[in-house]
Design a protein around this ligand. Structure first.
Ligand SMILES: C[C@](O)(CO)[C@H](O)COP(=O)(O)OP(=O)(O)OC[C@H]1O[C@@H](n2ccc(N)nc2=O)[C@H](O)[C@@H]1O
Ligand SMILES: Nc1ncnc2c1ncn2[C@@H]1O[C@H](COP(=O)(O)OP(=O)(O)OP(=O)(O)O)[C@@H](O)[C@H]1O
Length: 288
């Protein structure tokens, strides 16, 4: 029988199928409209719980001090909801590129909240976990809730949607884009008119960050220029990753096989239900 220790918890990537920026609020945050889906391409986390009152993460993330690691911050936030000396050692198998616009850090944080809520027996509701997630970053709640969603406001108003299931080829340019830097930039386009979900569901999607990131990061521009020869292509989030959508896996793999050596990428399936929730259901079923 498998023990909680032997479970690998997925932290899936997300794509923003579109990212429309509608304006800037007085506090500097942006009003936006975006469509989130998950990919079956994940970081993997293993949780070894104990009573040490300590949070350890192995291995260290290069360039991210422990106190800034979103996994550590998520565990510390959750720990405040118990009076016990809760501890954990977390093994992280990092596969998602950092600063790639596919939400790796946010997803790691969400998986930590969901898994430790169960393993530490804290039993917060999904709404309470999403609220904790919001304190860590705008993208964390959608990973906590675990369903593809149309997001509005500053990203906090989420409406679950069913996106058609497609395959994606994601290219990972060799650069990190800082989300804060892009949102601060004076040349960012911020005036796409708001539309209803019914209008947006008809298509005509774009990413308002893409022109600026292409201009400032030649690696992103080069990757898009290559990919667009094969299929309509777009950037996710504030970059750096770019993606193209395909009906069938073999079509995406054929383009992957043509990729020149100066590019890196992967093929993944789009998911409406996060792989995290598939794992959580399996854990519940095992405990019944
Ligand atoms: C652009 C998206 O990636 C779309 O998925 C997200 O909305 C960004 O999510 P995230 O990385 O979790 O963002 P946060 O860590 O909350 O914010 C990073 C920085 O982005 C800017 N930011 C973020 C979200 C938003 N609606 N307006 C903003 O201006 C803020 O300057 C903030 O300092
Ligand atoms: N566990 C973590 N994994 C990745 N990055 C982390 C983590 N904890 C903190 N960070 C910090 O967060 C930054 C953004 O990481 P992330 O991989 O989430 O970027 P992203 O995919 O561009 O996110 P988003 O699309 O949400 O803006 C990293 O550069 C790093 O400094």
């Amino acid at each position: 029988m498998s023990t909680p220790e032997s479970i690998n918890w997925p932290a899936p990537a997300k794509l923003n199928l579109f990212l429309h920026i509608n304006g800037r609020r007085d506090d500097g945050y942006h009003e936006l409209q975006t469509l989130f889906i998950f990919l079956d391409h994940c970081d993997w986390l293993r949780f070894h719980i104990n009573n040490s009152n300590q949070i350890d993460i192995r291995p260290d993330l290069a360039d991210v001090p422990l106190e800034q690691n979103l996994i550590y911050r998520a565990a510390m936030l959750l720990k405040q909801h118990s009076s016990q000396p809760l501890g954990v050692t977390i093994e992280l198998d990092k596969r998602l590129p950092m600063g790639g616009g596919i939400g790796g850090g946010s997803s790691d944080a969400a998986t930590t909240l969901v898994a430790l809520n169960h393993l530490w027996e804290i039993n917060l509701s999904v709404d309470e976990l999403a609220e904790l997630g919001r304190q860590l970053g705008a993208d964390v709640p959608v990973f906590v809730r675990g369903h593809a969603a149309f997001a509005e406001g500053v990203g906090e108003r989420l409406q679950p949607v069913e996106a058609p299931q497609k395959w994606y080829l994601v290219l990972v340019p060799e650069c990190h884009v800082s989300t804060a830097e892009i949102f601060r930039h004076q040349d960012l386009k911020r005036d796409t008119p708001k539309q209803s979900w019914n209008e947006l569901a008809q298509g005509n999607w774009h990413n308002d960050c893409e022109p600026l990131v292409k201009k400032n990061y030649p690696e992103v521009e080069k990757a898009l220029r290559w990919l667009i020869e094969y299929a309509p292509s777009r950037m996710t989030g504030t970059g750096a990753c770019v993606f193209a959508e395909f009906e069938h896996e073999h079509e995406a793999r054929e383009v992957l096989a043509r990729m020149p050596t100066w590019l890196q990428g992967f093929v993944a399936r789009g998911e409406n239900v996060s792989p995290l929730y598939v794992t959580l259901q399996q854990v519940y079923a095992r405990n019944d």
